[in-house]
Design a protein around this ligand. Structure first.
Ligand code: PD2
Ligand code: ZN
Length: 292
């Protein structure tokens, strides 16, 4: 399959999609294959939908459609105000810079979101409370130690100190998303060799444990990873679907959003192993509703 420019849904493309479905491919896998070949995720989804719609009229197509999982609906998302393509931004009186923006997936890198002093103070507050990081246990909705995540970490309560409240207000203003839709800040510490293997930050609706987690504010819809120091080597935040690596630089942050809990958002990401020095980050996850 080759991608023509501009990206239009042709009969050839619909025929190719129909062939993949007939061969037993899952709809999500077809979209992922198209994205890997250079199709924009939105066009890929529209092409899939157009193919399915046509097939609904055919008896064979009706059976194929019935087996496909329903695609979760898109949502409103946190997003900074970037009208006029500004390089300098301001949030709650704090000046920062826009460093990089990508549309699909939505990834934005900000420089100077935190001052050096704010980074140092967050590390000092978190250090005595660190414990080996856990990941969500999908079967229960609880958490467990996992080899895929070799950092140590801790959670602050939302608004726990004046410093944390100020940073959370800044994030809410920058991303145009209510403060009470945010989880408490999480701080992670990585030593050499430590990493966070590739994952999605949304909760998989198919997993039995997700129902419990989703009761506290619904789905995660965006992530902001703030770098609290500059490791000597390694530790980039990677987005393998699009070959993007964000270098961890003290005070800067990478933001990404996802409008549905689905791999077609292309927001698979990981924390590459730290090669030398250490790495500290603070993560703010944003929910679709009030996080309690
Ligand atoms: O520390 C990171 O770079 C990183 C990578 C992937 C953090 C997270 N995910 C996260 O906190 O979700
Ligand atoms: Zn993550």
């Amino acid at each position: 399959m080759t991608v023509s420019s501009p990206q239009t849904i042709t009969d050839d493309l619909r025929r190719w999609i129909a062939d993949q479905l007939d061969a037993g491919c899952q709809a999500d896998d077809v979209v992922a294959a198209m994205c890997a070949s250079g199709w924009q995720a939105g066009v890929a989804r529209d092409a899939l939908a157009a193919t399915l719609k046509r097939r609904q009229a055919e008896p064979a197509g009706v059976a194929a459609v019935a087996e496909l999982p329903a695609r979760p609906a898109a949502k409103a998302l946190p997003e900074p105000t970037l009208d006029g393509a500004p390089t300098l931004l301001r949030a709650q009186g704090h000046a920062l810079r826009l460093q990089m923006a990508m549309h699909q997936p939505r990834v934005i890198v900000f420089a100077g979101l935190l001052s050096d002093e704010e980074c140092d103070r967050l590390v000092a507050l978190a250090r005595p409370r660190l414990a080996r990081s856990e990941t969500v246990d999908n079967s229960t909705g609880g958490s467990e130690v996992n080899a895929a995540r070799t950092s140590s970490g801790m959670f602050f309560e939302r608004g726990e100190t004046a410093l944390i409240d100020r940073i959370e207000q800044r994030i809410a203003a920058l991303l145009n998303w209510p403060l009470d839709h945010g989880e408490g800040l999480q701080v992670l510490h990585y030593l050499p060799g430590a990493e966070y293997r590739q994952h999605h930050d949304y909760f998989d609706p198919q997993h039995p444990g997700s129902a419990t987690i989703l009761r506290r504010g619904g789905q995660r819809v965006a992530t902001l990873v703030m770098y609290l120091n500059t490791p000597q080597g390694g530790g980039a935040t990677t987005f393998p679907d699009v070959g993007l690596e964000v270098a961890p630089v003290k005070g800067s942050a990478v933001f990404f959003s996802y409008d549905r809990p689905d791999a077609s958002t292309l927001t698979l990401h990981g924390g590459a192993p730290v090669l030398s020095g250490e790495k500290w980050v603070a993560t703010k996850w944003l929910r679709e509703g009030v996080f309690t």
